[in-house]
Design a protein around this ligand. Structure first.
Ligand code: ZN
Length: 447
């Protein structure tokens, strides 16, 4: 169907419009030939008519140039109109009124954007004023998150009571169904039950898109007793008409311009958690972003790559963080981005390091970030009881090659291989040979 025009209207237009009359109406000579009509083709130059019109079927076909179609196609082609303009024009000509509906999806998204903007403001008000938000305010204070930072990142508090949410929504012209679509309220689970909020009593981090519009929330629990914790430490908005977590980078609205203008290299700081990103920005590291409650995907890299040529990964020093760093680096290398990895002191994350040691210590970490190859070699060697044995070197080499393999640029590949060879103290030709072998094998996950 034509975009925004109902199928029924299209059918009505076709039923009401006589194709041979329409074509004749453009001053084209139409001659009867048995049950159908013939004309000299308006779409290619000819002297003998090979343009056949079948009004009963509402269909034309030129045996000379192959053009064919129905009334709408003819008007589009002959007048150079779009697939919305042509039916609109025909509808007017045959006295049919069409209500061009706004794309229902677009209308839905518009409402959700408006709802999220209001919600963010509501949650902000709650964290500042609500009596029950005292613990949330203590949390901000204990985390050294100033009012200024909370305002900049739109950090708020979701009230316990779903009824309070419903009252608020009603006052602001939003329906319970719209709150449900946004994922901030859920309908009763049984008859006579109550609406409830999966975010109830949580500190709410607003997630914004590139344009700075709030599109989702991440709610952090204030419950320290794990047995009482419902839904884990963080609860994120579900997928909605305006939010898909695989293509949102936290704080990208703030960081994109800074990354694009970063000197000497357009390098982004990529963290694991949003609190790390908030801390980075608060301490002046305003090129920091994070993926949103998920591993870094190729979609994330595509977004980042629009403004960045390079990234420095600042992940936790534990095994999970190392694994995430290698997989993220792989995605980035595949697009030709340069990747470095900053190694944090054991047990630290960017937030804790910045708070305990200050910006200079963090800056030093960034300055000392190693290439992804050096990082992968170090990680792989650390797993080996005898890292200098031939076996271990072979496995380490293999781990590096799995990464190098993803890199599309020959120059970059050569550089990475050379570096790995130096680190492993083996000739680069050995790695090249292994890489050639590896490339004929089936892909397997990076270790
Ligand atoms: Zn033709």
């Amino acid at each position: 169907m034509a975009f925004g025009i109902p199928e029924s209207a299209i059918e009505e237009i076709k039923a009401r419009t006589d194709l041979s009359d329409l074509i004749a109406g453009y001053g084209i000579q139409v001659k009867r030939a048995g049950g159908s009509y013939k004309a000299c083709c308006p779409f290619h130059h000819e002297k003998t008519p090979s343009f056949h019109i079948q009004p009963a079927k509402g269909f034309y076909h030129c045996f000379g140039c192959g053009e064919s179609g129905d009334v709408i196609k003819f008007v589009m082609k002959y007048e150079g109109l779009t697939f919305v303009e042509a039916p609109m024009k025909l509808a007017a000509a045959c006295g049919l009124e069409i209500e061009t509906k706004e794309d229902p999806e677009a209308a839905l998204r518009k409402r959700q954007f408006a709802l999220h903007a209001e919600l963010a403001a509501f949650y902000r008000r709650c964290i500042k004023e609500a009596k029950e938000a005292a613990r949330a305010r203590e949390y901000l204070a204990s985390r050294d998150l100033s009012e200024e930072v909370a305002e900049k990142f739109q950090i708020g508090y979701a009230p316990q009571s779903a009824d309070a949410m419903l009252t608020w929504a009603k006052k602001h012209g939003f329906t319970a169904a719209e709150l449900e679509t946004a994922g901030v309220l859920k309908p009763p689970r049984y008859q006579g039950g109550r609406w409830y909020s999966p975010f109830a009593g949580r500190v709410m981090f607003s997630i914004r898109d590139r344009q700075g519009r709030v599109i989702a929330f991440s709610g952090r629990t204030l419950e320290t007793d794990k047995t009482k914790m419902r839904g884990g430490k963080y609860v994120n908005s579900p997928a909605t008409p305006i939010f898909k977590k695989s293509n949102v980078l936290y704080a990208f609205d703030l960081a994109a311009g800074k990354i694009a203008n970063a000197k000497p290299v357009r390098e982004a700081i990529v963290c694991e958690g949003q609190i790390d990103v908030v801390r980075c920005h608060a301490c002046g590291f305003d090129t920091a972003v994070a993926s949103q409650g998920t591993a870094f995907t190729s979609e994330h890299v595509q977004i980042l790559k629009k403004v960045a040529d390079a990234a420095v990964l600042v992940f936790d020093a534990d095994a999970a963080g190392q694994k995430a760093a290698v997989s993220t680096a792989g995605e980035m290398l595949a697009t030709g981005m340069t990747v470095r990895v900053a190694r944090l002191p054991d047990g630290e994350d960017p937030d804790s390091l910045l708070r305990s040691k200050g910006p200079d210590a963090f800056r030093e970490c960034l300055d000392n970030a190693v290439s992804i190859v050096a990082f992968q070699v170090a990680v792989a060697r650390a797993k080996e009881p005898n890292p200098d044995s031939y076996d271990a070197i072979s496995r380490t080499g293999r781990a590096v090659l799995e990464l190098v393999k993803k890199c599309p640029g020959a120059v970059m590949r050569a550089g990475l291989m050379q570096e790995a060879a130096t680190l492993l103290k083996i000739p680069v030709s050995a790695l090249e040979e292994d890489l050639a072998k590896l490339e004929t094998e089936k892909p397997r996950p990076i270790q």
